[in-house]
Design a protein around this ligand. Structure first.
Ligand code: GDP
Ligand code: MG
Length: 479
């Protein structure tokens, strides 16, 4: 940890960066988003309060013990039997205190009123505890109930009385760091762990640390290797990212079992690993700013793609209409002009004129109906993925001909539904093409090219400086 003054100075730099991020959202993203009816994630605005560290994992994997170790106090109850069945938010307070769920979600100073959506069963198990440990001044810790093997596919809803997966998703989205605990007893994935990994943590892997805890329980290297292998195997089946995450192998020295002849495995590496986890926790304010930059980048790219596809749809729609209605108009005026020209010609009689008129009008009606039908058919594209894909390919033709661009296709995966529903409601006729819109889009592109990378560099620079300034003597936790 840094000394008091440095910490205040350091936090001030982060606050400045967060303000800058917020102003980019408000001044540049929001006006364009509202022109294109694009829903920006609200997470940037919800990110209030101290950075959050969320503890998840099997029951009795050591989550609560790790929290107690961090704040060097028995704040949370621990034990082998499942003790907690709700979430506990642990935050700074001048003295130790405890609040129930109802107070937490209705308190005007606490950023948790959205938790009401999970219902009374959830709230009756929610707690907020305050503690005077100074680590909590900058970081809020969130303990969770252990996973249970609910093989009924309800994501724990039936056995717990509330939607566990959805509540984990809420905490995970708002967390800056997620620690997922496993222990030698359960390196596998129980029904609930599987559901949490796939439904609640999808796309949040970048803030996830996997921890295999209680490694002091291994009596030999063979057991350790077998369990570690099982955990890797199970994770590779459940995690969506292709890269295997780093696994931190840790234990708590005060709880480690004493072996008569000492441990056969050297515990030194595990001590280092625990130190790394603690550093990551202490680094979570920086991580939070980094996550905010990532979120901003994600939103900017999504909005950019949505806007470009909407504009391409509108251009194609008007081009199609111009062609078909143009043809209809030419046919109509052509018929009128022909009749006007031939009406005084001696060789032409009234019957010929009538035939020309009927022929011309039939062609005009056919062309007009075709134009009308094409308009309806055009809008049918908004109802399917394959229909929308055509517009995506058109909007990004230049980029896609140069290379396959899996990054753009992956982005489109997450955007197309919103673009389709906006087009269905707003219609291609009403897409904004004003000069102001073009200016906002250019602005967005330059933000993605210059300001966002610059913000990232500032956060990295800040982190580097922080490490240099760090005073190992002034650590909160023995590592
Ligand atoms: N041997 C050993 N036991 C641990 C360790 N961490 C926690 N425990 C014990 O494991 C049990 C469950 O811990 P707890 O923190 O309640 O787990 P939680 O359900 O994940 O919150 C308790 O009896 C702890 O004393 C560890 O690193 N080594
Ligand atoms: Mg616990």
């Amino acid at each position: 940890m840094t000394t008091g003054i440095l910490k205040v100075f350091a936090m001030e730099e982060l606050v400045q960066l967060e303000r800058k991020i917020q102003s980019l959202y408000d001044d540049d993203l929001a006006p364009l988003a509202s022109r294109f009816e694009f829903e920006l994630p609200t997470s940037a605005k919800e990110a209030t309060g101290a950075p959050n560290v969320l503890f998840l994992g099997n029951h009795s994997s050591g989550k609560s013990s790790f929290i107690n170790y961090l704040i060097q106090s028995e704040v949370q109850k621990t034990g082998l039997a499942p003790i907690d069945d709700g979430f506990t938010i642990i935050t700074y307070g001048e003295r130790q205190d405890e609040f129930d769920g109802q107070t937490v979600v209705t308190h005007p100073d606490m950023p948790y009123n959205k938790l009401q959506q999970f219902g009374p069963e959830f709230l009756s198990r929610l707690r907020l505890k305050t503690h005077p440990n100074s680590l909590l001044k900058n970081i809020t810790l969130i303990d969770s109930p252990g996973m249970i093997d609910a093989a009924d596919g309800s994501g724990g809803r039936r056995s717990r009385g509330y939607d566990f997966t959805a509540s984990v998703r809420w905490f995970a989205e708002n967390a800056d760091l997620i620690l997922f605990f496993f222990d030698p007893d359960k390196p596998g994935t129980t029904g609930e762990t599987l559901s949490v990994f796939t439904k609640a943590l999808g796309h949040l892997e970048y803030k996830l640390l996997i921890i295999m805890n209680k490694v002091d329980l291994f009596s030999n290297l063979r057991d350790f290797a077998r369990t570690y292998g099982t955990l890797c195997w199970n994770l590779s089946r459940t995690l969506q990212s292709k890269d295997m995450p780093h696994i931190y192998n840790t234990y708590l020295p005060n709880l480690a079992i004493e072996r008569a002849h000492g441990s056969v495995i050297s515990m030194q590496d595990f001590d280092t690993s625990r130190g790394e986890v603690v550093s990551e926790i202490q680094r979570s304010p920086t991580r939070r700013t980094d996550n905010l930059v990532s979120d901003l980048h994600k939103s900017a790219r999504r909005l950019w793609m949505h806007t470009r596809v909407c504009q391409s749809i509108s251009r194609n729609y008007f081009a199609m209409r111009a062609k078909l209605w143009g043809l209809t108009t030419i046919l109509l005026f052509g018929t009128a002009a022909l009749i006007y020209l031939i009406k005084d010609t001696q060789t032409v009689n009234a019957g010929d004129i009538l035939n020309t008129l009927i022929g011309g009008l039939i062609l005009t009606v056919i062309s007009g109906s075709f134009a009308y039908w094409s308009g309806i058919r055009f809008k049918k594209h908004f109802e399917s993925r394959s229909g929308m894909n055509l517009f995506f390919e058109k909007a990004f033709r230049k980029e896609l001909t140069m290379s396959d661009r899996p990054d753009l296709r992956a982005l489109w995966d997450g955007v197309w539904e919103q673009t389709a529903s906006v087009m269905k409601v707003v219609g291609p006729e009403k897409v904004s093409k004003s000069r102001q819109t073009r200016r906002l889009l250019n602005r967005l592109e330059s933000m993605m090219k210059e300001e966002i990378p610059q913000l990232r560099r500032s956060v990295a620079e800040y982190h580097k400086n922080l490490q240099k300034r760090e005073d190992p003597e002034d650590s909160n936790v023995e590592q």
